[in-house]
Design a protein around this ligand. Structure first.
Ligand SMILES: Cc1cc2nc3c(=O)[nH]c(=O)nc-3n(C[C@H](O)[C@H](O)[C@H](O)COP(=O)(O)OP(=O)(O)OC[C@H]3O[C@@H](n4cnc5c(N)ncnc54)[C@H](O)[C@@H]3O)c2cc1C
Ligand code: FES
Length: 358
């Protein structure tokens, strides 16, 4: 479950001046590990200046419909000052070998044979999982339809623009696209951000047919606004799916405050089960559970360490923990004992957690 596999970079393509598409070859013996569903992400593990970094990247390529999955592609946008994305944009080359964890994630589109009408809402690098979902929907049948609203600063900043255009040419009657630019006025495009007005414009002018589901990926503010607009337009909460790449700064501040209130004092005995092996460690009550597990060199799964990717979920089988923040687990999953270990503060003097039983 937690293992990384060395995969060879088979192609590197500059998408914009600040983003790159990187494809990895999937060897025959790893086919079953790297089978994925549209919407999922991989975790890349790499050492930069001697320090290990792990980062999640959504898959932009489509799952193989039949036959082997020859490759998997991700799109990486450079974040100024970031540890990995500038490195990926500047230095990764065809032939490099990187450590990759098999696809994970709960932002999923499951193809159906019955026709569906799906909305994709993407901003910036948020296009990556939406593109995979769009390809998967459109390839499922000639009555399957997809409408994309895609926001960027300007046409020069659009990741995967030629792939989106190629898709439009291949499925002229099944795919509708509404471009939105915040810093460029272009014909047939909306000026501004993807906000309530943009979503309402789309629903009233571009596509008036009811959607079966909506998939959203972009900044937290956009997801919140788009969700509210779609709910007002009649979509049920369970028809709206979203993926966050990072959380807004305000949430981090709130989280800091929550950490303080969740503390207990003293040392805690922790039993950790990963891949069938149980280890016992001791941790300080002020430490986040995942941090203590990593420090003890236990190979638990994790990626973002920010409470957004879901790869660090474990089950509390004894004792208790509370989460600093949670935008992933449902109330019933929490009632079942699941926690995001990267957000978990232990609230009992003993705790047992299981990463396998999730
Ligand atoms: C499930 C999931 C899927 C993801 N998929 C993609 C993807 O398809 N393409 C992609 O480019 N990225 C994606 N990301 C984001 C990616 O994992 C990294 O967080 C991002 O590349 C920055 O990493 P870094 O090491 O360069 O920056 P870091 O060293 O981690 O961060 C540097 C600074 O930038 C801030 N920051 C981090 N990410 C962002 C961001 N996206 N926008 C603005 N500020 C940020 C951090 O808070 C920090 O202050 C995904 C994240 C998750 C959780
Ligand atoms: S490591 Fe991403 S949610 Fe915990």
């Amino acid at each position: 479950m937690t293992s990384f596999h060395p995969l060879t970079v088979s192609q590197v393509e500059n998408l914009t001046t600040q983003s790159v598409a990187i494809s990895f070859e999937i060897p025959a013996h790893l086919q079953s590990d790297f089978t994925f569903q549209a919407g999922q992400y991989i975790t890349i593990k790499h050492k930069i200046h001697g320090k290990e970094v792990r980062r999640a990247y959504s898959i932009s390529s489509a799952p193989a419909v039949s036959g082997p999955q020859a490759s998997i592609t991700v799109g990486i946008k450079e974040v100024a000052g970031g540890a990995f994305s500038p490195y990926a944009n500047r230095y990764i080359q065809k032939g490099d070998v990187l450590e990759i964890m098999p696809p994970q994630g709960r932002f999923l589109y499951a193809p159906t044979s019955a026709p569906v009408h799906i909305l994709g809402v993407a901003a910036g690098s948020g296009i990556t999982p939406i593109l995979s979902i769009a390809k998967s929907v459109l390839a499922s049948g000639s009555k399957h339809t997809f409408t994309l609203i895609y926001g960027n600063k300007s046409p020069q900043d659009v990741m995967f623009s030629s792939e989106v255009e190629t898709l439009k040419a291949a499925y002229p009657n099944q795919l509708k696209i509404q471009w939105v630019y915040s810093q460029a006025k272009e014909e047939n495009s909306l000026f501004g951000r993807i906000d309530t007005a943009a979503i309402n414009y789309l629903l009233k002018n571009i596509d008036t047919d009811p959607f079966d589901a909506a998939y959203l990926c972009g900044p937290e503010g956009m997801i919140k606004t788009a969700t509210e607009s779609l709910e007002k337009a009649g979509l049920a909460t369970d028809q709206i799916h979203y993926e966050l790449f990072t959380v807004a700064t305000e949430s981090t501040t709130e989280a800091g405050e929550a950490t303080e209130s969740a503390l207990t004092a003293g040392n805690i005995a922790v039993e950790v089960t990963v891949d069938g092996e149980t280890s016992t460690i001791e941790m300080d009550a002020k430490t986040i559970l995942l941090d203590a597990i990593i420090k003890a060199d236990i190979d638990a799964p994790y990626s973002c360490q920010g409470g957004v990717c879901s790869s660090c979920i474990c089950k509390v089988t004894k004792g208790s923990a509370s989460m600093i923040k949670n935008q992933i687990l449902t109330d019933s999953e929490i009632a079942d004992g699941l926690v995001l270990s990267c957000q978990a503060m232990v609230t009992s003097t003993e705790i047992a957690v299981d990463f396998d039983d999730v």
